[in-house]
Design a protein around this ligand. Sequence first.
Ligand code: NDP
Ligand code: OXD
Length: 310
Amino acid sequence: MKLLLLTEGFDFTGAWRQAFGRLAPEVELVATDSADEADADAALIYQATLDGRLARLPRLKAIFALAAGVDQLLCDPHLPDVPIVPLANDELAALMREYVIYHCIGMHRRFHEVAALQRQGRWSWMPASPSASTRRVTVLGLGRLGLPAARALSALGFIVSGWSRTPKIAPGIRCRFGSDGLTELLPETDIVVCILPSTAETCGLLSRDLFYRLPRGALLLNAGRGACLNETDLLYALKDGQISHATLDVFSAEPLASDHPFWRHPHVTVTPHLAADASPDAAVCEIATNLRRLAQGVPLAPIVNRTLGY
Ligand code: NDP
Ligand code: OXD
């Protein structure tokens, strides 16, 4: 199997190549613009600008994203009609779970305020927070990453709801779907955790309209995609006190511009899109499994639904 690497801007040297050598020695890695490009059976893509390039590969049978989110990939109007496979492994779910737990507890216990006091050298006692069992968290997106995060929050004692496009059942989690489901959940949500993909439907969902349907002073965590958030609306809601703090891992433009108001905002925690990054070994195992399926003519999994956009 020949796997074309369209991974410009991604450090694909060292550990990644070694992982392929160790875990998938049968896979031949093909460099972009090399003589072998036209023979590629599959392509591995990291945020590349494709410009119809994949449509010119006559033997291409699958496209692998080096990410769980495929929004950027789907921007190419000339994508060939072959399965698109996102990254989806237990390690990613574990990392997202850790990120969500850390920041939900941090916001719930107001540790960002404690850190600010330390920076000012101020010993200032703060009244005790209520325990997690009084906090209502709603996880938007109950997929491969959202559901494990929701379960972990529930195990910590938070009162957890989850929202998805289609109906779900998850023990201990109040699951709702569709716009009526969201309308029901928002007034009963103290912390919104967004782990949604960027699609036509989720674009700008985290907006003034949504913020003002939450109880006053609600908290927000966005680890889905920057496009889900209207940044201007968030700045307004923060200034007004409707949202009391936001933790953001993803942004409409990345890297976040050095003069963006989020960087120095006292009620925003910025992390540089690191909530869940696959390690070479986990990603290569997963890709190799699907390449073997491809060689055997077995259906690949999971695959992206292009109409839905995730
Ligand atoms: P999945 O495809 O497994 O899950 C997506 C979830 O979103 C599903 O529950 C789906 O509902 C729900 N959803 C999609 N559209 C809507 C909608 N219109 N209304 C309500 N719910 C909707 O994706 P993953 O869990 O693997 O990943 C989610 C996203 O997380 C990725 O697309 C990516 O953008 C982001 N991500 C961010 C990372 C980071 O480091 N910050 C790392 C990895 C991913 P249903 O179940 O009904 O289909
Ligand atoms: C991803 C991401 O989609 O890193 O995997 O955001």
